[in-house]
Design a protein around this ligand. Structure first.
Ligand SMILES: NC(=O)c1ccc[n+]([C@@H]2O[C@H](COP(=O)([O-])OP(=O)(O)OC[C@H]3O[C@@H](n4cnc5c(N)ncnc54)[C@H](O)[C@@H]3O)[C@@H](O)[C@H]2O)c1
Length: 502
């Protein structure tokens, strides 16, 4: 009997070793907004694959291994809890996991260059290059290397050169698999993507690598939604998609200025425009401007690539999308200041919302930064409330130089100086108490349900609301007594008398 049990246990162990040995291993370099959620979903949907997410940032990995994940994303907690320790691992042992992996995703920062050739536009590939060199250094077996970061067209070629010139006979296949998830709906987008795009070399080895990655996604993505292209089309498609999305926002925001000047209502105009099936209704909301880590960076990058390829007219066309976005943020600040008797000096302004959109704590390139800086420039006192953004983050954002945010955490400047006229509170009522005006900068659902009568009673008069996301019912607020500015809507008589020049 004992002998039978021992034999059984031995066979079980042997079986586990064989299965474990044959298990495909994926490693993702970069445990950020893309690497973390993407890999968590791959681990959930592919229990037969072992997934390791690695990063040079020790605090970030510690957070992924804790109950307080480093990023807020609806549904992410549940996915991570289900897989972590089973087939999903977070580690700082970058080299070990890269060495063992069959497929290595690279999802590291690709910030805008701040110095040298292409400064202010081109992508800085320092982190990508160092990841590629490390992959070449530590690898002992053939690997598929997947670009997950958004990169300039032809990056794969450069990466290929680094890998092959340092390969010691090991074979690498480079694939481009750009990520289209949107923050705030990342898990939903990953579960049910509009498309998965895989670009590879058009050679037998390249096709084999594309097929291997396709099989990973095929665990849950219908085949017709997995698109395969050549490498350059995949790289450019990501930049193009972001440019088109940002362009829609700038288009409707440009219309919002014209609506205010003519008495048209931008919501009615965009509804009417969006009913045309060739245009469609999505991404047509006027606002204080777009933000987030990608749109501006990717368009700047696109502009740079156009310039390098001798296409100045095309570059100029896309540049305009960013110019309108900056114009919209300036216009908003000017509206606030001009409405309040042309000065906000020493006035308390409540800022409701700091994240670049609802359902995320991400503040990278949020329009709130420029609006707050504009108001601080006019010496306002700001009281900021965002349900997901900490005071420390707000202070860092307001004192950081342009583009510094897009570097690994430990390389970002700490904020030695705190901006004194700024305080952060954990409640919208506290933020608006004794305020002269309110700026709504993020469309958090909870702001729609606030008791504005209570808020009005506790504010200085006249009390102003500047709705940068068109989420409040302006008529109801006017009934209460507020002077209301809603982007792109017919202007309050008060505001008409105080025009703002951008
Ligand atoms: N955030 C988005 O919504 C989104 C969507 C699609 C594509 N992208 C692109 O994906 C890429 C990553 O974006 P993100 O938002 O996840 O960035 P992120 O800053 O949140 O994460 C990047 C991570 O990479 C790590 N890292 C940098 N160099 C490393 C190295 N050599 N070894 C190990 N780790 C390293 C950093 O410490 C950081 O944690 C960017 O190219 C971005 O443009 C982002």
């Amino acid at each position: 009997m004992v002998f039978t049990i021992m034999v059984f246990e031995y066979l079980l162990l042997l079986f586990q070793v064989v299965v474990y040995k044959n298990k495909m291993k994926i490693c993702c370099i970069g445990a950020g907004y893309v690497g973390g959620p993407t890999m968590a979903v791959i681990a959930l949907k592919c229990p037969d694959i072992e997934v390791a997410v690695v990063d040079i940032s020790v605090p970030r990995i510690a957070a992924w291994n804790s109950d307080q994940l480093p990023i807020y994303e609806p549904g992410l907690d549940g996915v991570v809890k289900e897989c972590r320790g089973r087939n999903l691992f977070f580690s700082t042992d970058v080299e070990k996991h890269v060495r063992e992996a069959d497929i290595v995703f690279v999802s590291v920062n690709t910030p805008t260059k701040t110095r040298g050739l292409g400064a202010g536009k081109a992508a800085d590939l320092t982190y990508w290059e160092s990841a590629a060199r490390m992959i070449a250094d530590v690898s002992k077996s053939d690997k598929i290397v997947v670009e997950k970061s958004t990169v300039p067209v032809k990056t794969a070629e450069a990466i290929e050169k680094i890998l092959t010139h340092n390969s010691k006979g090991i074979k690498f296949q480079i694939l481009s698999n750009p990520e289209f998830l949107a923050e705030g709906t990342a898990i939903q987008d990953l579960f049910n993507p509009d498309r998965v795009l895989i670009g590879g070399r058009e050679t037998p080895e390249g096709n084999k690598a594309v097929q291997a990655l396709k099989e990973v996604y095929a665990h849950w993505v219908p085949e017709e939604r997995i698109l395969t292209t050549n490498l350059w089309s995949a790289e450019l498609s990501k930049l193009a998609a972001n440019a088109f999305l940002a362009q829609r926002i700038s288009s409707v925001n440009a219309m919002s200025a014209l609506c205010e000047a003519t008495g048209a209502d931008v919501t009615q105009v965009s509804y009417a425009v969006g009913k045309d099936t060739r245009i469609g209704p999505k991404f047509l909301n006027a606002s204080v401007g777009f933000g987030g880590s990608c749109f501006q960076k990717d368009i700047l990058n696109l502009v740079y690539i156009c310039e390098c390829n001798g296409l100045p007219e095309v570059a100029e066309y896309w540049k305009q999308v960013i110019k309108i976005n900056d114009y919209q943020k300036n216009r908003f600040v000017n509206r606030v200041v001009s409405s309040m008797f042309n000065t906000v000096s020493n006035k308390k302004i409540a800022i409701l919302g700091f994240a670049f959109k609802k359902d995320t704590g991400d503040t990278r390139e949020t329009p709130a930064i420029d609006v707050c800086k504009g108001l601080l420039g006019d010496k306002a006192r700001l009281s900021i409330y965002d349900p997901q953004v900490t005071e420390d983050q707000v202070q860092r954002d307001l004192s950081m130089n342009k583009f510094d945010w897009d570097h690994p955490l430990h390389l970002q400047p700490m904020s030695p100086t705190t901006v004194k006229q700024v305080s952060c509170v954990w409640d919208a009522y506290e933020a608006t108490k004794d305020a002269h005006g309110i700026c709504i900068l993020t469309e958090w659902d909870e702001f729609k349900k606030l008791d504005f009568k209570r808020i009005y009673d506790n504010m200085q008069k006249p009390a102003f609301v500047f709705d940068g996301r068109n989420i409040v019912n302006a008529d109801e607020l006017r009934e209460i007594g507020f002077i209301v500015y809603s982007i792109g809507k017919p202007l309050d008589p008060w505001l008409k008398d105080m025009p703002a020049v951008a």
